[in-house]
Design a protein around this ligand. Structure first.
Ligand code: NAD
Length: 355
């Protein structure tokens, strides 16, 4: 049973901890917190051992009835792997701490790629992380793009990819983010950093990205145009290819899921924890082929899609199982892939055949 420590228990860290807990081959050894705020109370209620980042603040935790399990140094020393989900830039500052204790670590997409030997996506380059000590799970947008690009590159080859990223202004808990009444080029320069970030996973791919921010906290939406090297037989072939991928869900027209809001509502109805959507959601009707040019639109839940990738990164780093086996185990343990849409899709196909 792998002991996983989570340093930085916020939006990503708390989700990753719950996902680790759901796995049969790993457990949460503890989570590190700086302050005893509401998320810390949530961690204690879930009975995660809480380690303090600043030892001299331990009494602040005791005052609200949380007895610290130890210090961050102890968490790092006792864990087989650390998942660092601290704010952007802090992970890089933390790396010497992990080196000191000889504990492999997983960083997040807010860090520069140089923080780790490998930038990681479970679908695209799991094997590269098997020999590594430090990996970086790429950002939510880069994860979403990598999952889409991987099967297209394998099946048809990619001549070039051009993607417009319509990004959520902030997460629901980020009261200081925006815009609240605008659509803002962000960054105004082209390409945005996302294209080069995809190239940390696919160095050969010609990809440019344009970024905007809009007033929503729900999800990002990507408008994608990929020029393939080889022309697919027809649109349906591409729909089947994408629909057959374990972390891509194609959203059929009949569901009336017409945006990120209805997607989140669907996820809540489906009983997803925190309404999380771990998969890319591609509107099936948007998958359009014009010769070698493929178009589609996909929604990416920024708080959730990197979560299964972190779980797989733990197995990759520790060399316990192969990539496909890890992905299957993660998917099954989390209950991924919106079976109801898939099942209903099958039902619709049956009905059409019967008609
Ligand atoms: P967050 O602010 O929600 O959570 C970070 C947590 O780390 C907070 O609880 C904070 O108190 C704590 N923290 C701050 N300094 C610390 C320190 N020195 N030691 C230990 N804990 C510390 O941030 P987040 O959104 O979860 O982002 C974490 C990382 O994940 C970043 O690299 C970010 O770029 C990346 N990421 C975020 C998203 C997203 O949409 N939120 C998506 C993908 C990747």
């Amino acid at each position: 049973m792998l002991r996983v420590g989570v340093n930085g228990y916020g939006t990503i860290g708390k989700r990753v901890a719950d996902a680790v807990r759901a796995q049969p081959d790993m457990r949460v050894h503890g989570v590190a917190k700086r302050r005893p705020e509401y998320v810390t109370i949530g961690a204690a209620e879930k009975e995660y051992p809480v380690y303090v980042v600043e030892a001299d603040r331990a009494d602040e935790f005791r005052e609200i009835g949380i007895e610290p399990a130890g210090t961050i140094d102890e968490l790092v020393a006792e864990s087989d792997v650390i998942i660092d989900a601290t704010p952007s830039g802090v992970g890089t500052e933390n790396r010497p701490l992990y080196e000191r204790h000889d504990t492999p670590a997983i960083f997040q997409g807010g860090e520069a790629a140089t923080v780790a030997e490998v930038s990681f996506n479970a679908r695209a380059n799991y094997a590269d992380a098997e020999a590594a000590e430090y990996v970086r799970v790429v950002s939510c947008n880069t994860t979403g793009l990598s999952r889409l690009v991987a099967p297209l590159e394998e099946r048809y080859g990619i001549d070039k990819a051009r993607v417009t990223l319509i990004r959520r202004g902030g997460d629901p808990d980020q009261i200081d983010r925006g815009p609240i009444n605008d659509a803002v080029p962000d960054p105004v320069t082209i390409p945005s950093h996302h294209g080069p970030d995809v190239q940390t996973i696919f160095p050969e791919i010609d990809i440019d990205t344009i970024g905007l921010k809009v007033p929503t906290t729900n999800m990002h939406v990507h408008a994608v145009n990929v020029t393939l090297e080889r022309e697919p037989g027809d649109e349906q072939q591409v729909r089947d290819l994408l629909g057959g991928e374990d972390r891509l869900v194609t959203i059929p027209d009949y569901t009336d899921i017409d945006g990120a809001g209805t997607l989140k509502d669907f996820a809540l109805d489906a009983g997803r924890p925190r309404g999380d959507i771990w998969e890319n959601c591609i509107w099936e009707e948007s998958i359009t082929l014009r010769g070698r040019d493929l178009y589609c639109m996909q929604a990416i839940h920024q708080e959730a899609d990197v979560v299964p990738e972190n779980v797989d990164a733990v197995r990759a780093l520790t060399g316990t199982v192969s990539g496909p086996a890890s992905r299957a185990l993660t998917n099954e343990s989390l209950g991924m892939c919106f079976g109801r849409i898939r099942d209903r899709d099958d039902l619709t196909a049956d009905r059409q055949t019967a008609d």
